[in-house]
Design a protein around this ligand. Sequence first.
Ligand SMILES: C[S@@+](CC[C@H](N)C(=O)[O-])C[C@H]1O[C@@H](n2cnc3c(N)ncnc32)[C@H](O)[C@@H]1O
Length: 217
Amino acid sequence: MVSNLKKLTALCESYTSGYSELLYELERETHLKTLNPQMMSGHLQGRFLSLLSRLKRPKAILEIGTFTGYAAICLAEGLQAEGTLHTIEVNPELESLCRRYFRKAGLEKRIHLHLGNAFEIIPQLKEQFDIVFIDAGKRDNGAYYDLVIDRLQPGGFILVDNVLWSGKVGLKAKDPDTLSILEFLEKVKSDQRVETLLLPIRDGLLLAEKKPLQHRG
Ligand SMILES: C[S@@+](CC[C@H](N)C(=O)[O-])C[C@H]1O[C@@H](n2cnc3c(N)ncnc32)[C@H](O)[C@@H]1O
């Protein structure tokens, strides 16, 4: 199952437009300098995040889990002229690498990197968001969702990464991570405030679009 997903991703990437020299450099450096480079969104998912953001033209984006900043840079490609992206990372060792790439991308004034625990930082942010990308501790997905759903504009998206969990979600595996992802998927599916779409991109990407008030069942 895992290698099938990897092969499918490689095939899709081979027919997906390339990305900037800067993202290529960041991808290489992430592989050279971090222990878990597979946490990075990468080519296929990065291009999808960029496209979605360019279609949406968000004023404010929130990312939970920056890692080396790859997805933040992709999502920022669609920001409105005065738009900003807040991204939260608990690991301080990643700060200088992220800031260097945000600077190289000319995004240092538009991407606000917050170092610390997302559960403490999110309540301090004032914005209503157009896109929220949840990509941190998988067992915390439900808690992050509850924390951000009221901070999302109607018509806005919550995106959640790794919801197929290397295929284990499809196999209904019984380990705690898979069980918590299944529980989370059921929770969002039954939430009348959103419309959901689970895309088999890379490790599974859930999109939950917040319905306008008059369209809620
Ligand atoms: C999968 S990586 C993020 C990848 C990045 N979004 C991308 O697509 O390139 C998850 C990151 O979340 C961070 N993280 C985990 N728990 C967190 C928390 N409570 N608050 C903030 N960051 C957290 C981890 O340190 C890790 O760098």
